[in-house]
Design a protein around this ligand. Structure first.
Ligand code: FAD
Length: 332
């Protein structure tokens, strides 16, 4: 346990673009590293990724461990896991953070299993007990009814995946100095059990909720699934993503991945329409950091108006068609 020092962040990149969550984690990792008085390192794997190291440093890392290898061109559990484990066994970090993205979750669980250590999934808060050098990883538990703080007392590294958009990235500092440590790995394409044959890009029109700049979110106040089509129509008219409350998801009007709130997605768009939504705390925690919130509700005392930038008191079934008409005219 004593030999493990330093805070690491897995830097997820796709085709040379670093994922936003990795930059956010460098911000969160910086605070933990400063409290523990240890360096913060980014872990960067891929093919032709060395030039990304300077960006990792500018967002807060003191060091970047890089494995640049053609076999790491596309994410695969086997190759990435081998690279990350090699680094972790050699340099022994005490804390290791990953984005709670599909690849981040996949990699973190495989690495935790191999290193025989603990992993807290979908963390929403991070802190550290400096005296005991323990990571305090908090997340909603038991269906969101409590916040559980999970500790990994007996194994190292202490690992956590963290949801996108929960932590804040630092302002990049292009003058920040750091070291780049290049490592080699003996991987051969013919030894890989999985092959990437083809990559088919998702061609859905709307952005994922976490990345969306504009979200039109509908609530139970829309009445029924037919009326809810107005939410889709408004979103389509203005090029926004659609979201819903838990009650909407439970009613079967939208699949779960569209749910915003404590047990759904956390979002921070530039504009958030909250239509027919009461503003229950479990919903508000997932959207309150939106830059501009426009609420439509027929109840002037609805709590959603407490967090709204602009509020329209009235019947959504009358107001939304008018908005759609207006936006369509503006677009002409
Ligand atoms: P309602 O609370 O029923 O509100 C409907 C609103 O629409 C009302 O304010 C009403 O005045 C208004 N309205 C009605 N008709 C009209 C009309 N014609 N025009 C305009 N306004 C109208 N909820 C989430 O959203 N996300 C979560 O992640 C989540 N997690 C939860 C976790 C736990 C552990 C628990 C206990 C609850 C969770 N909830 C979550 C549920 C949450 O508590 C609320 O029940 C839910 O957000 C309410 O959804 P709603 O606003 O769509 O519906």
């Amino acid at each position: 346990m004593e030999g493990y020092r330093g805070v690491w962040v897995f830097i997820e990149q796709n085709e040379g673009e670093i994922e936003g969550v990795s930059l956010e984690l460098l911000g969160a990792g910086r605070k933990l590293a400063d409290k523990l008085e240890v360096p913060l390192a980014g872990v960067l794997l891929g093919d032709g990724v060395i030039p990304l190291s300077s960006k990792v440093i500018s967002y807060g890392a003191d060091k970047v461990y890089v494995i640049d290898h053609p076999v790491l061109k596309h994410y695969r559990t086997e190759s990435f896991m081998r690279g990350v484990i090699q680094l972790a066994e050699k340099y022994k970090p005490e804390i290791f953070l990953y984005g709670a993205t599909p690849n981040g979750k996949d990699l973190a669980s495989a690495v935790a299993t191999d290193l025989c250590t603990g992993l807290t999934a979908d963390t929403t808060m991070l802190d550290v007990d400096v005296e005991k050098r323990l990571l305090e990883a908090s997340r909603p538990a038991f269906g969101g009814n409590i916040m559980a703080t999970i500790l990994c007392k007996k194994h190292r590294p202490q690992m956590a995946t963290v949801r996108p958009k929960v932590m804040k990235a630092l302002e990049p500092d292009d003058h920040k100095q750091g070291s780049i440590i290049e490592e080699t790995i003996s991987l051969k394409e013919e030894d890989m059990r999985t092959k990437v044959i083809n990559i088919v890009k998702d061609v859905t029109k709307t952005a994922s909720l976490a990345e969306a700049h504009v979200i039109v979110c509908g609530g139970k106040g829309m009445g029924d699934v037919q009326n809810f089509q107005l939410i889709h129509e408004l979103a389509e008219t203005i090029g926004a993503s659609v979201g819903g409350t838990r009650d909407v998801v439970e009613a079967g009007w939208l699949p779960h991945e569209y749910q915003i709130g404590q047990t759904g997605e956390t979002v921070t768009p530039k504009v958030y329409f909250a239509i027919g939504i009461s503003g229950a705390i479990q919903h508000v925690v997932g959207m309150k950091n939106s830059e501009l919130i426009i609420a439509i509700n027929k109840d002037p005392n609805a709590p959603i108006f407490d967090v709204a930038t602009y509020g329209i008191v009235g019947d959504a079934l009358e107001i939304v068609p008018k908005l759609i008409k207006q936006f369509k005219e503006i677009r002409k």
